[in-house]
Design a binder for this molecule. Sequence first.
Ligand SMILES: C[S@@+](CC[C@H](N)C(=O)[O-])C[C@H]1O[C@@H](n2cnc3c(N)ncnc32)[C@H](O)[C@@H]1O
Length: 225
Amino acid sequence: MPACGYRRFMPILHSQELSNYVEVNGSPSGPDVAALLARTADVAGRLAVMSVSEHQARYLEILTRAMGVELAVEVGTFTGRSSLAIAKGLPSGGRLICCDVSEEWTAVARDAWQAAGVDSQIELRIAPAIETLSALPSGEPIDLAFIDADKTGYLSYYELIVPKLRVGGVILVDNVLWSGRVIDESVDDPDTVALREFNAHVLRDHRTFSTLLPIGDGVSMHQRL
Ligand SMILES: C[S@@+](CC[C@H](N)C(=O)[O-])C[C@H]1O[C@@H](n2cnc3c(N)ncnc32)[C@H](O)[C@@H]1O
């Protein structure tokens, strides 16, 4: 099982009860999602927390549908929760390219895509994401990208995606608050340092317009100008 440097994060909201309230106050996810989450808990154990939370999944689905996304790219698929959300928001004919290095985890995702009837719209590429992103043709503009993989790779993934993003297209980046460690100067592990550098880097990038949303473990959003 490849590691991606992930640790359990604390909810940004001030109480677990309020966090639970956020999770349940949205459109119901449906039995396919419940089955996926149960299987993820079985195969991944404590690493099941790597899946995006339900409020993030709903956000991804709504944004994909609202933007009329024709081509989406996901970096870090795991067992498929975020890819399922993006795929459900695609129009018929829309495509999602998923990047991951784990056959084992993405086997769960493949089953979930099939159960939801979106498998024909998803291409899974098993390889280091740097290779997959470098090989994407520049003639096919990306409308939406979601980065949620190894934190030390974030800057490279962003830099590979921006030139292929259509004007108005959006990159979403997960875990950018890293449970608050990004502002704790006593923490200097490689993942935290990489996330700090990433957050500072995108602020200096005049090709995109950015914001940081305090949802999940912090999601930043970068729109190509
Ligand atoms: C946090 S999980 C993704 C969770 C997923 N977005 C979801 O909601 O279920 C990170 C994933 O990144 C993958 N990963 C780690 N390093 C990678 C790399 N260099 N290239 C591609 N994928 C990578 C891991 O195998 C893991 O499945």
